[in-house]
Design a protein around this ligand. Structure first.
Ligand code: APR
Length: 391
């Protein structure tokens, strides 16, 4: 079996790319390891940047998010010294987020692609990409029934995340710049309405706590957590007690409690692959770079890269112009490093230092000063807003 472009993975990166290529008449197929139900229900990020919405609008993929997504432009910092709000939608470039659960976006992208006649194979796991250095790469796959198969292509788009086949198939010598931030979060999905009309970032001596709206009935919370402890170690009572404490509810009012629907342990790590192209294999999304989750950049980078890759592949396959493909890696990496830098800045803002600087008065005082600057300096606030929503 064959296609001009084989797309590995049906996340935001792979499905955006598939829609754009298919609309341009490029012969492509998506191979996805999981089944359709799994892909459509996996809860992940939920904050879409203004640029992401513009990309999806340009290609007629934004109907769902316009109907059900909600604009969002405020965040609130809570510390021992009090709280303050930043209306980031009215600062910097005056851009807002659209709150729209990632699984809904994925469902929209998938429905649009299938309605347009796009090809996708679920429960088909890519094992390795072979001969990527040359013009006829192949992908060894395992089909739903366990049968091995081989696909031929002219280009392979690795959109299969950080543990996918594309990364495994890169030649030795490809750089993976990795950073472990030494911080762990317990990520929670609570069956409870949001308790603030803002993203909440709480800095407490017990550690960071975060509050992020998802829908009218579901709220995402994060608790800084000890590394190596299983996700089910804390009871729901303990989780809510800790959230109440760290969110300073005694001063700012109670949180809506509810059943914890999902929980997972997230070690804050970042990495970047350089370069993002190896011959006919091109990486996008989490396969290209994992931004630490502190700044909600993952899905937004994935959509931005997918559009750049689609344009480059269309130029190459429809117009025999390879210039954009040659520039693809460099252009993406500029955006990726910008997002990485801001995520790193956010991590240092939200957490007491880990590692050799743990407990350092000097670093804690600098962190307090950074918060104070953000509270009082309009210039600093504009910079924050531009980077927080920007991509
Ligand atoms: N073969 C086929 N499919 C695979 C394989 C494989 N070997 N390995 C993984 N996949 C699939 C996964 O099942 C998943 O559906 O690839 C898809 C990758 O999707 P995402 O992880 O959503 O990654 P991406 O599209 O790059 O989007 C990045 O997702 O990591 C989250 O929230 C993060 O917003 C970020 C976004």
């Amino acid at each position: 079996e064959s296609a001009d472009v084989l797309i590995l993975g049906a996340g935001p990166a792979g499905l955006t790319l598939a829609n754009l290529l298919h609309a341009a008449g490029i012969d492509c197929v998506v191979l996805e390891r999981a089944d359709r139900a799994h892909v459509q229900t996996r809860a992940r990020a939920g904050f879409l940047a203004a640029n992401t919405v513009r990309v999806l609008e340009r290609h007629g993929l934004a109907d769902g998010l316009h109907r059900r997504g909600r604009p969002h432009g405020t965040c609130e910092f809570r510390t021992e010294d009090g709280s303050f709000r930043l209306d980031y939608g009215a600062l910097g470039r005056h851009e807002q987020h659209t709150v729209y659960p990632q699984q809904d976006l994925v469902t929209d992208l998938l429905t649009h692609y299938l309605d347009a006649g796009g090809r996708i194979h679920f429960e088909t796991e890519a094992r390795t990409v072979q001969d990527a250095a040359g013009p006829r790469p192949t992908v060894a796959v395992q089909e739903a029934d366990g049968r091995p198969d081989r696909w031929r292509a002219r280009y392979v788009a690795g959109c299969d995340g950080r543990h996918g086949a594309a990364r495994r198939s890169l030649p030795t010598g490809t750089l993976r710049h990795h950073r472990d931030h030494g911080v762990t979060w317990l990520g929670l999905l609570a069956e409870a309405p949001p308790s603030l009309d803002a993203v909440g970032y709480a800095l407490h001596p017990h550690g960071f706590a975060g509050h992020m709206a998802r829908t009218a009935d579901i709220t995402r919370y994060y608790l800084q957590y000890e590394r190596g402890i299983p996700a089910d170690a804390w009871s729901e009572e303990r989780i809510w007690a800790e959230l109440d404490l760290r969110m300073y509810t005694a001063e700012h009012g109670p949180l809506h409690h509810g059943r914890i629907l999902q929980r997972s342990v997230i070690d804050l790590e970042s990495d970047v692959i350089e370069p993002l192209r190896h011959g006919s294999l091109l990486l996008a999304g989490d396969a290209a770079s994992l931004p630490a989750p502190a700044a909600a950049k993952g899905a937004n980078l994935a959509v931005l890269e997918a559009e750049l890759l689609a344009e480059a592949l269309i130029d190459e396959l429809a117009h025999h112009d390879s210039r954009a493909l040659d520039r693809y890696s460099r252009r993406c990496l500029e955006h990726i490093w910008r997002a990485q830098e801001f995520a790193h800045w956010m991590i240092q803002l939200l957490h007491a230092p880990a590692g050799p600087d743990e407990g350092s008065y000097f670093h804690e005082a600098m962190r307090r000063s950074r918060i104070e600057s953000l509270r009082t300096s309009r210039t600093h606030q504009d910079w924050f807003a531009e980077n927080y929503v920007g991509i």
